[in-house]
Design a protein around this ligand. Structure first.
Ligand code: FES
Length: 238
């Protein structure tokens, strides 16, 4: 396999040609925070949390999408990079519900973890307009809470590229941007098979499995509502 040599944070590394800066950094033991990136999915560069300084590039680049090149000089941890990443995180949190303590994903949320890693402990941008979607729990297996969606697109790529179902896509524009089903229907009205793969890659609780508490509660009040959800195993993208 053809290799190339580049410099990351002053360290000379030799990596296979054709991989991204993020992959090269990870191969070299260098940490770069990510949110929209998932190793089983094609990179999309949606969240911009993985931005780095690259010689010759105009502005900061998304390392999950940017291919390495011979002689490239990459800096992943400068004050400029850290400040930009914190800004990205602060903007994400500005439009995110503040119910972490009661959220099903508390302690297992990638947004929460990344905010902690970046040292973002307070909400700098507060008081503006917030998303206010209706929760979709129309089906027996999954709950969609669009207010917790960070538009990373992992669910879209998993459903479209891996499961070949294409249930989700981006819809609307600007502040109203959202991940939607066809005609913004509930999951029970589209071609979803409830395989659960979208929930398995969602970094927050925007798509989650219905938890046992809900099922037990349902069982108490209506035994007919109790269902067994089988989550299919993930399939790796080649
Ligand atoms: Fe690279 Fe989101 S992880 S842009």
């Amino acid at each position: 396999m053809e290799s190339i040599t580049l410099t990351i944070n002053g360290m000379t590394v030799t990596v296979p040609k054709g991989i991204t800066i993020l992959e090269a950094a990870r191969m070299s033991g260098i940490y770069i925070p990510t949110l929209c990136y998932h190793p089983d999915l094609k990179p999309e560069g949606a969240c911009r949390l993985c931005i780095c300084e690259v010689s010759g590039a105009k502005g900061l680049v998304a390392s999950c999408c940017y291919p390495v090149a011979e002689g490239m000089v990459v800096k992943t941890n400068t004050s400029k990079v850290r400040a930009a990443r914190r800004m990205v995180m602060e903007l994400l949190l500005a439009n995110h519900p503040q119910d972490c303590l009661s959220c099903q994903k508390n302690g297992d949320c990638e947004l929460q973890k990344m905010a902690a890693d970046l040292g973002v402990r307070t909400r700098r941008f507060d008081g503006g307009e917030m998303k206010a979607h209706t929760i979709d729990d129309s089906n027996p297996c999954l709950v969609r809470d669009q207010d917790k969606c960070i538009l990373c697109g992992r669910c879209i790529r998993m459903c479209r590229d891996v499961q070949k179902m294409n249930v989700y896509s981006y819809a609307r524009r600007g502040f109203d941007s959202m991940v939607s089903t066809a005609f913004e229907q509930d999951l029970s009205n589209v071609a979803c098979t409830y395989c659960g793969q979208c929930a398995s890659v969602c970094p927050t609780a925007a798509i989650r499995e219905k938890d046992d508490t809900e099922r037990v509660w349902d069982a108490i009040h209506d035994p007919d509502k109790v269902v067994v959800c089988q989550i299919a195993p993930a399939v790796r993208v080649s």
